[in-house]
Design a protein around this ligand. Structure first.
Ligand SMILES: Cc1cc2nc3c(=O)[nH]c(=O)nc-3n(C[C@H](O)[C@H](O)[C@H](O)COP(=O)(O)O)c2cc1C
Length: 204
């Protein structure tokens, strides 16, 4: 074992002031997920255990650590919308994570405007420049290496409709930097914005 390497086994604890896991697997894009409950109540919450997993069809997913309202709504309706969290929307995104009862509409709480979607009943966030309307494909309860169930669920959904603010399409090419997405790091409060872009092609 090297003196230069800090080693730990998560099951036995990390022994550090903060668990480094989230800071290492980061910065992460944010799955800002809107859903509609069966009774019509709107729900909006951020999930940074989020990413894209397939091109054709496009499939995105997020992980609900604990059985949260977004997951309950998605289990009941099979639908959700992903909204892009930008720097301009950082505060309302943060407000939308408040642990409030299911009957509270986080759109109202965060001062955001719900707009009707085209293919799903859940609305998108009008203020966000990009949204994906999704139909759920799989909900997988996570488990340990010993096959013990974990109180977390991976929600995967096919993107069936896409909304992009035309200002972000430069000669038809989506401009990631212009959207100014926010990314989640570790600790209680770390976020990142994009840094320098560089180009590298795959070996042919
Ligand atoms: C930036 C950010 C990222 C988050 N990522 C996750 C996540 O990946 N999984 C999770 O379960 N909760 C995550 N949370 C916490 C949820 O947003 C929070 O528990 C929320 O109240 C869930 O809302 P819901 O019960 O309406 O679905 C995150 C919060 C913030 C601010």
């Amino acid at each position: 074992m090297s003196d230069d390497i800090y080693y730990y086994e998560p099951a036995l604890g990390h022994g550090l002031p903060h668990d480094p896991f989230n800071a290492i697997v980061g910065p992460r894009p944010i799955g800002w997920v809107s859903t509609r409950a069966v009774d019509g109540t709107l729900n909006l919450a951020p999930y940074s255990f989020f990413n894209g997993f397939n091109y054709t069809p496009p499939i995105i997913g997020f992980s609900s650590v604990g059985h949260k309202d977004s997951l309950s709504n998605i289990q009941a309706t099979g639908e959700f919308v992903w909204n892009l969290a930008t720097f301009a929307l950082a505060e309302p995104m943060n407000q939308s994570c408040a642990a409030v009862p299911p009957q509270v509409d986080e759109f109202q709480l965060a001062g955001l405007t719900p707009v009707a979607s085209r293919k799903v009943a859940a609305p998108r966030v009008k203020e966000s420049p990009v949204a994906f309307e999704c139909k759920v494909t799989q909900i997988v309860q996570l488990q340990t290496a010993q096959q013990q169930p974990v109180d977390s669920w991976l929600v995967l959904g096919e993107v069936v409709a896409v909304h992009i603010a035309k200002a972000l399409l430069k000669e038809g090419v989506y401009d990631t930097a212009a959207a100014d997405p926010i990314l989640r790091g570790g600790g209680p409060a770390d976020y990142f914005r994009l840094g320098e872009k560089f180009l590298m092609r795959r070996p042919s």
